[in-house]
Design a protein around this ligand. Structure first.
Ligand code: GDP
Length: 296
């Protein structure tokens, strides 16, 4: 990952050659650049502050041993902390439940929930060989139900009908019942979003969660939301026991700082990244690779 460090960081590392100890000045120089790199990547300010404070504390206690330079030791502290915040490796979808394994999709309107529900259906069909049913609990926007129907068809999954006059909890019961009887492996539940967080929305999704007892509760968030992603993430984390995150629209966000922000706030692993509007535009998220990209 060290190769992915920005030019500025590399310069600082070079300047620190030949010193036997890490000084406060070394740490301050390095942290100034790390802070800038994270802010340029649009990582939320409170997350940047916490991160820098943690690295500072750890770096000052470090000894420089063997053939290492203070700069190299500092870089490894930064990288270790980044990996600890970001998570390591990849985290796949958990389907360890009595079938149907229920996956609840949560997030704001426009985040990409419906598109991602279909992308995930396709992934589970193709990569995990599962029989997948989708259903929409968005009774406020008939167009959203129709949209899910269309994209589910593209994914090669089956769609369970719902109508705007139903209660989301009743839709959930009916879909669950159907999925059990027809031996579906997975039930993907798309939910209503709002343009901003509101209490009614949170109450409704909590009720859905209690009804469905999902094995995965995935928070779908637009990577382009940048600094705002943190408030949305906080609200959803408070309402639901999130098991994973899907970051959408990563194709439009060059540095991907939202990943670090959302991960730091929720503590939940980022499982997938949406990389296009198309049905196959979903990639398994590689935390380490992404961590390198954030520091640019
Ligand atoms: P929902 O309201 O959360 O269900 O959001 P939608 O699934 O309707 O998506 C909102 C818009 O974002 C649509 O125009 C999607 O095509 C687009 N979208 C979703 N995911 C991605 C992505 O990963 N990349 C890009 N470029 N567009 C996306």
């Amino acid at each position: 990952m060290a190769s992915a460090l920005s030019e500025k960081l590399s310069r600082i590392v070079k300047e620190m050659r030949g010193q036997a100890r890490i000084t406060e000045a070394n740490v301050a120089d390095m942290m100034r650049e790390v802070r800038l790199a994270l802010l340029e990547a649009d990582v939320a300010l409170p997350v940047v502050r916490d991160f820098v404070a943690r690295v500072k504390e750890k770096a000052l206690g470090q000894e420089v041993v063997g053939s290492l330079t203070p700069g190299q030791v500092l870089v490894s502290v930064v990288n270790r902390e980044l990996a600890a915040t970001m998570g390591q490796g990849v985290a796949d979808i958990n389907l360890a439940a009595q079938p149907p394994a229920v996956i609840l999709m949560a997030g704001l309107q426009g985040a990409g929930k419906t598109t991602t529900t279909a992308k995930l259906a396709k992934h589970l069909i193709e990569k995990r060989k599962k029989k997948v049913l989708t259903v929409s609990g968005d009774v406020y926007r008939p167009a959203a139900i129709e949209q899910l129907k269309t994209v589910t068809k593209q994914a090669g999954a089956e769609w369970f009908p719902s109508t705007p006059d139903q209660k989301p909890v009743d839709i959930a019961h009916a879909a669950l019942d159907y999925a059990r009887k027809r031996h579906f492996d997975v039930l993907l539940v798309d939910t209503a979003g709002r343009l901003a967080i509101d209490e009614a929305l949170m109450l409704e999704i909590k009720q859905l969660h209690a009804t469905l007892n999902p094995v995965e509760t995935l928070f779908v968030v637009d990577a382009m939301q940048g600094q705002d992603a943190i408030n949305t993430a906080k609200a959803f984390k408070e309402a639901l026991p999130l098991t994973g995150i899907i970051l959408t629209k990563m194709d439009g966000d060059s540095r991907g700082g939202a990943a670090l922000s959302v991960r730091a706030i929720t503590g939940a692993p980022i499982k997938f990244a949406g990389v296009s509007e198309k049905i196959d535009g979903l990639e398994v998220f590689d935390a380490e690779r992404h961590a390198g990209r954030i520091l640019g």
